[in-house]
Write a protein that binds this ligand. Structure first.
Ligand code: KIV
Length: 275
């Protein structure tokens, strides 16, 4: 069954947990979609896990459109959410609406996600007014890495915890249909989840959230540059891939690949005429 923003709203009412994963290309979107996940995020994390940048700041609108298009072609039943990259919405309300519109028209996004708290509510309102569903994102917002002085857990002090609760309420009031909580203490995430009527999607925010999201390369053991504490390892796909690549190389060296069944035939009469 097709997941929409209505599915997300209903899940909060019925207390059904929501599941999301990232995807950045057609084949992976198909695999994730076929596993009956609720939503796929084309995250700007692609800057790190696909493009090899140190953070998400260099990701462009063109990157998001390129990957978003591929995912939208592969995802039939999941809700496709595409991230707004750094500086595509911070600059003005106008830029936010224009760029959110591009993600819908050019990438096939069914919803967009943007980072930030109360300061971003005018952008959220304007995008929602343009009939584009918005997913908020607070806590450790990676586009603020320089302002935060690194990738750090957010909301540990009383002041910051209160600020995040207020951010969540204002984002809900601005019209967002869901809210990502990244790297906040589990008890704070639970308080936030209990104080708003839109679903919270946690990443490093504990089990009290209304749903969870992970970057697929992290949970499959494909991305090895670093492993955040909150990631559960569900498979060692990276090791399996490396073993397969090694076997392939050995087969080539030994002349075991390609074998008869991997080759095409031609009539001997044709071959004779080639000498
Ligand atoms: O870019 C991303 O993948 C994200 C998730 C980590 C929530 O924003």
């Amino acid at each position: 069954m097709k997941n929409t923003v209505e599915t997300f709203k209903k899940a909060k009412e019925t207390k059904e947990k929501l599941s999301m994963l990232t995807a950045y290309d057609y084949s992976m979107a198909k695999l994730v979609d076929e596993s009956e996940i609720n939503g796929i995020l084309v995250g700007d994390s692609l800057g790190m896990v696909c493009l090899g940048y140190e953070n998400t700041l260099s990701v462009t609108m063109e990157d998001m459109i390129h990957h978003g298009k591929a995912v939208a072609r592969g995802a039939k039943n999941s809700l496709v959410v595409v991230d707004m990259p750094f500086m595509s919405y911070q600059t003005s309300v106008y830029d936010a609406v224009v760029n959110a519109g591009r993600l819908v028209k050019e990438a096939g996004a069914e919803a967009i996600k943007l980072e930030g708290g109360q300061d971003m509510c005018d952008r959220i309102k304007a995008i929602v007014k343009a009939q584009i569903p918005v997913m908020g994102h607070i806590g450790l917002t990676p586009q603020s890495v320089n302002a935060f002085g690194g990738f750090k857990v957010q909301g540990k002090s009383e002041a910051r915890a209160k600020e995040l609760i207020e951010d969540a309420k204002k984002i809900e009031a601005a019209g967002a249909f869901a809210l990502v909580l990244e790297c906040v203490p589990a008890k704070l995430a639970e308080i936030i989840s209990n104080n708003i009527t839109i679903p919270t999607i946690g990443i490093g925010a504990g089990a009290g959230c209304d749903g969870q999201i992970l970057v697929y390369q992290d949970m499959l053991g494909i991305f090895s540059d670093f492993k955040p504490k909150f990631v559960k390892s569900y498979a060692k796909v990276g090791d399996t891939m490396k073993a397969a690549f090694k076997e392939y190389i050995e087969d080539i060296k030994a002349g075991a690949f390609p074998a008869e069944e991997h080759t095409f035939k031609i009539d001997e009469s044709v071959i004779e005429k080639l000498y």
